[in-house]
Design a protein around this ligand. Structure first.
Ligand code: NAD
Length: 348
């Protein structure tokens, strides 16, 4: 593996490796950028076919966290950790305790959180050996489920888009098609319904779609056709790469704004949306509410402060939309430019 070449291509940074023979821990902590503060980002605990795949995952994800934290105005850099899930039998508590000791050795340079394959109980184990962890139980000063905060931020980003694109100051009567009503999608529907929006939803799990129908009067759409529903806002809240060569041509909306990560299958799809005159809310900008909430835990958790900070996503999104219009540049590029300006302002 060409490690240093790869670090340079992601504009790194530092990477730490830990092997703990006693527990079988094989962990990677990737710190992409810490100019704005200690790196913050989740810990993945999944199977990887190769060590190279694990390193690549950590590098790619940590870089994304730098952009997300900077745009959300947080005093954090971007980091991510990966624990390669052992193939043989392992002691989960011992493994996460060893991981916590690893973080302690890094002296607060990286603060971890939940991600795919990890949960509250793992964070509690890590907490027993280091304070450089978030996403712990609310009874221990933790911030709890991030999804309602993510949904709140997405609602604010939608409000900004509706004001900018449609000239409406309220969501009353605005039709939003929500793809995926899991954790974030459900709370987003709750926010939108309370604001007077009309909803069409689709989910692989019919029970989740039915719940949105029951609680928010949502119409149920097809999982294969939700992106084609004629609406004011299409909100992807399921998996990534939903905006691609197959879907963009059939969108019948003027705004795409949702919670899903990595919505653009490739960056050029952001150009395609721009060319079609569809306002795209860059995913990492609009879905930062959960990160804002978790970052508050590092300072001392206060739900009201986290809420106030999340509401400001409106201003960030409006700045992106306005700059995009002024420069004739696609919104995803404008968001990246804003981050690069912020990082350049703090210097090397
Ligand atoms: P989730 O797994 O709880 O919900 C996703 C839902 O999408 C599920 O109900 C699933 O059945 C449904 N789904 C999957 N494929 C679908 C398809 N093709 N069509 C319709 N529905 C489909 O996940 P979540 O926590 O709600 O996260 C949703 C997205 O938002 C993810 O991309 C996640 O990375 C991103 N995100 C979440 C948070 C958070 O706070 N949870 C924060 C930032 C970004």
């Amino acid at each position: 593996m060409e490690l240093f070449g790869r670090l340079a291509s992601y504009d790194y940074g530092e990477v730490h490796f830990k092997l703990d023979k006693a527990t079988g821990l094989r962990a990677i902590v990737a710190i992409h950028d810490s100019r704005l503060g200690p790196a913050l980002g989740g810990c993945r605990f999944i199977h990887y076919d190769t060590e190279e795949a694990a390193v690549t995952d950590a590098l790619r994800l940590a870089r994304g966290m730098t952009y997300k934290a900077a745009l959300a105005g947080l005093a954090h850099g971007g980091g991510k950790s990966v624990i390669i899930r052992p193939k043989e039998v392992f002691d989960r508590v011992a493994l996460f305790r060893a991981f916590g000791r690893f973080l302690e050795d890094l002296r607060g340079h990286y603060v971890t959180a939940e991600d795919s394959g990890t949960g509250l109980e793992d964070m509690e184990v890590i907490r027993s050996v280091t304070k450089n962890v978030t996403g712990i139980d609310p009874s221990h000063g933790g911030s709890g489920d991030p999804s309602p905060f993510t949904a709140l931020g997405v609602r604010r980003g939608i409000e900004a888009a509706v004001k900018f694109k449609l000239g409406k100051a309220s969501l009353s009567g605005i039709h939003v098609a929500v793809q995926g009503v899991g954790h974030v999608g459900y709370y987003l529907c709750r926010e939108l319904h309370a604001a007077g929006a009309k909803l069409t939803v689709a989910d692989m799990d019919p029970l989740k779609a039915e719940r949105a129908q029951r609680e928010f009067g949502a119409k149920i759409g097809g999982i294969d056709t939700i992106a084609e529903v004629e609406c004011d806002v299409f909100a992807p809240c399921a998996l990534g790469a939903g905006l691609n060569d197959q879907t963009i041509g059939s969108l019948r909306t003027s705004i795409v704004a949702g919670a899903a990560n990595n919505q653009l299958a490739e960056p050029r799809h952001g150009d395609d949306l721009h060319a079609r005159g569809i306002l795209y809310a860059p995913d990492y900008a609009i879905n930062a509410g959960g990160l804002v909430n978790v970052a508050q835990e590092v300072i001392g958790y206060d739900a009201e402060i986290a809420r106030q900070k999340t509401l400001k996503i409106y201003d960030t999104m409006m700045e992106i939309y306005e700059r995009s219009q002024k420069r004739g540049a696609p919104t995803y590029k404008v968001a990246d430019m804003l981050v690069e300006e912020k990082l350049a302002a703090v210097g090397k």
